[in-house]
Unconditional design. Structure first.
Ligand SMILES: [Zn+2]
Lengths: 335, 380
């Protein structure tokens, strides 16, 4: 509706990793962990240039009129100031008013970082901030595995440690469900290892995770190794792994194979189209050789059935997941 | 504007409810039934306003101007309890709390009204808890239950309730309402009403939001691109993504509207800070909205599947030689080509696949993407 503003917002966009201090910085979007990292980045960069930085934190929801101007007013010794305002998504009207006023009269030697978690509250202020040319860090949840893998690679690059492509994927599969957990795992691996991180390292640290177990079962089944898949499945169930993530992992594997099965083009093109890594595409293509279209259709339907069954439609969820693993392994052997 | 005016295409129901609202002692339990979009809960809410309206003259009840009417319509009247489940079903615990609340005397109005917006999402055990309260309600409490059809609630409850049956309003009536109430261009209003299959809320959104129209169009065209397993998997992912996007954008709009309405009914100042009492009301609303957002993705997925179903419904009509008015009239050429390449039996089987997926997605907590994938590969 307002192309100039949108264009401005896009022009101001910076990643959370690269954001530099500016008179006003807007950090917006629902992924709170990335927002925290963006604010850390700004704070760390400021501390380098201003060792005696004065940091003040405000909450836009319980804000009282005048606080912002008072905090931003020049101090006696002229040290740098950083004001971090959180909770803009629930900002009260006082903050809206003061925030708008501040944009017209930005204080010197002050960096104001605004964090808005999403929603329509205070849109007027956000638009004004964007129109004023402030850098905007968009913090969206990392939904695709490719995005999470890119995040891991970025963490390792920043940490000055190498990690193998397959190890990135293993790490995402093991702890990728939660971004802050994924980041913590990266930090631990970077700090604990002295050489390049391999799948073995990831396995050693996070192999006991439910997700990792489930993915190993799924790998074996989709690869047509029925007896191996079933024995790993029995072991997993015996150690108390819930059937629900097992079915989810199988579905994810079969989904990847089914998507890649009929797709034409180079691995890189397909990877881009489906949000995967090229090596993942290559592996899925090798798996796909074992599968016919009919087998894929049958297995997707069996898995949907199994998902309903393990979530309460059937009395025996263990039987349901065993049946699904068997069906997938058998289907993969034909062809 | 009176509270009855927005119940478009429901003249007999309006007459029934107006008379009941003016009665000295109305029946103590009512069951509002009708297909999605016919305005079940709107009718129940209007009736509650009619019951509590402050006008002395009986025929003016439901005036839409008094404080009681305003607050009931804004869902903030102290004597009206709304029960809309954010989870998929109403739990026993919630039912018990309701029954306790229903014992209270009304604080300011003539009646205490409990509106259960999803009576069909009550399991039998829960229903039994409510049954006792509905059988012997306190003298000043009136229950209003809403469900798609009478068959969706237990016969023991049904037999205690006076029935209010809303019909699918004709496309013309929905279009008229959009023109009259929302100032929408008549041609656009008609197209939207037809595409929404007379669902008033959906029609309004389609008419007012171009993105929403574009999303619906992409959903309806999905079958045209299904040429293999890979395409089916991609189509499933797109469908879930489109429904999620529609849910998010529609919630955002509705949340803002509700907030504005609440502020108005509270008499909030145009400028300056809100007094603390109002702030806590707003916070309460925001919490409700957050809870509701969780469920709405499922609801919008159901809506997307309904749109998809309309494609096959049109195809079937063409195959049976009965294609006078198609839901997806702009797609007629594509639909005819598709219809010519298959048989009605296959189309019916595909409609069954969509319908059983709708049922699975709305009544169980299966992974939506996997359920939709199983559907799209069955549509090949
Ligand atoms: Zn009134």
């Amino acid at each position: 509706m307002t192309p100039p503003k949108q264009a401005a917002a896009r022009a101001n966009a910076v990643s959370w990793r690269d954001v530099d201090p500016a008179p006003v910085v807007l950090v917006s979007g629902p992924e709170e962990y990335l927002a925290i990292r963006a604010m850390d980045t700004v704070r760390a960069k400021l501390r380098v240039s201003h060792p005696d930085l004065e940091v003040t934190k405000l909450d836009a929801g319980s804000y009282t009129a005048g606080q912002l101007a008072m905090t931003a007013s020049p101090s006696l010794f002229g040290e740098g100031k950083l004001i971090e305002v959180s909770g803009l998504a629930a900002m009260n009207d006082d903050f809206l008013t003061d925030g708008l006023a501040y944009l017209n009269d930005v204080a010197e030697d002050v960096v104001l970082v605004l964090h808005h978690g999403g929603g329509v509250r205070g849109k007027k202020l956000l638009d004004a901030v964007k129109a004023a040319g402030a850098p905007v860090v968009d913090c969206q949840p990392l939904k695709k595995d490719a995005d999470k893998a890119a995040f891991v690679s970025g963490e390792f690059r920043a940490g000055g440690r190498r990690i193998e492509g397959a190890a990135v994927q293993a790490l995402v599969a093991a702890v990728g469900a939660n971004l802050s957990e994924l980041a913590a795992a990266c930090r631990q691996l970077i700090e604990d290892s002295t050489t390049a991180v391999t799948t073995d390292t990831v396995e050693k640290y996070y192999g006991g995770r439910v997700e990792a177990t489930a993915f190993r079962v799924a790998d074996a089944a989709v690869g047509g190794q029925g007896p191996l898949a079933l024995s790993m499945l029995r072991h997993a169930l015996a150690t108390g792994v819930d059937p629900v993530p097992l079915v989810a992992a199988l579905a994810m594997k079969v989904r990847t194979v089914a998507k890649v099965a009929g797709a034409r083009g180079s691995s890189a093109q397909i990877a881009k189209e489906f949000g995967m890594q090229p090596w993942q595409v290559d592996q899925a293509r090798r798996d796909a050789n074992r599968w016919t279209e009919e087998a894929l259709v049958r297995c997707v339907r069996i898995l949907a059935e199994a998902d309903a069954q393990v979530k309460g439609e059937a009395r025996d969820p263990v039987y349901a997941v065993e049946r699904a693993v068997t069906a997938v392994a058998l289907a993969a052997r034909r062809g | 504007m009176s509270v009855w005016e927005d119940l478009s295409g429901q003249a007999p129901v309006v007459e029934q409810l107006r008379a009941a609202a003016a009665a000295p002692v109305p029946n103590h339990a009512w069951l509002f039934t009708g297909p999605p979009g016919s305005g079940r809960s709107n009718a129940a809410r209007a009736f509650a306003a009619g019951l509590l309206c402050e006008q002395d003259r009986l025929e003016d009840r439901g005036c839409g101007r008094c404080h009681a009417c305003h607050t009931v319509m804004a869902r903030t009247h102290a004597d009206v309890t709304f029960v809309a489940t954010e989870k998929s079903i109403i739990t026993i615990q919630e039912a018990r709390e309701l029954v306790t609340k229903a014992q209270d005397k009304p604080s300011s109005g003539r009646w205490r009204v409990v509106i259960v917006e999803d009576a069909d999402r009550m399991p039998e055990r829960t229903t039994n808890v409510l049954l006792k309260a509905i059988e012997e309600p306190p003298t000043r409490t009136i229950w209003l239950l809403c469900a798609p059809s009478p068959a969706d609630v237990l016969v023991t409850i049904r037999s205690r309730c006076r029935a209010v049956s809303l019909r699918v309003p004709p496309v013309e009536d929905v279009a008229d309402l959009l023109v009259r109430r929302d100032g929408i261009d008549p041609e656009l209003a008609r197209a939207a009403a037809r595409a929404a299959q007379s669902h008033v809320g959906v029609a309004r959104r389609l008419a007012q939001d171009e993105e929403s129209r574009r999303r619906r169009d992409r959903i309806v065209r999905l079958p045209l691109g299904l040429d293999g397993v890979s395409a089916a998997m991609v189509a499933a992912a797109n469908l879930v993504e489109l429904a999620t996007a529609e849910a998010a954008s529609s919630n955002e709009q509705r949340d803002a509207e509700e907030r504005e309405m609440l502020l108005r009914s509270l008499g909030a100042p145009e400028k300056g800070p809100l007094p603390p009492s109002m702030r806590s009301q707003i916070r309460g609303l925001e919490e409700d909205q957050k809870r509701r957002a969780k469920r709405s993705v499922t609801d919008y997925l159901d809506r997307a599947l309904t749109d998809l179903l309309s494609f096959y419904r049109d195809v079937l009509m063409i195959q049976l030689g009965n294609a006078v008015e198609l839901v997806n009239e702009p797609l007629r050429e594509d639909l005819s080509r598709y219809a010519g390449s298959g048989r009605p039996e296959t189309t019916l089987a595909r409609m069954d696949a969509v319908n059983s997926t709708r049922k699975r997605v709305t009544t169980t907590n299966v992974a939506p993407l996997l359920a939709v994938e199983a559907m799209t590969v069955s549509l090949l």
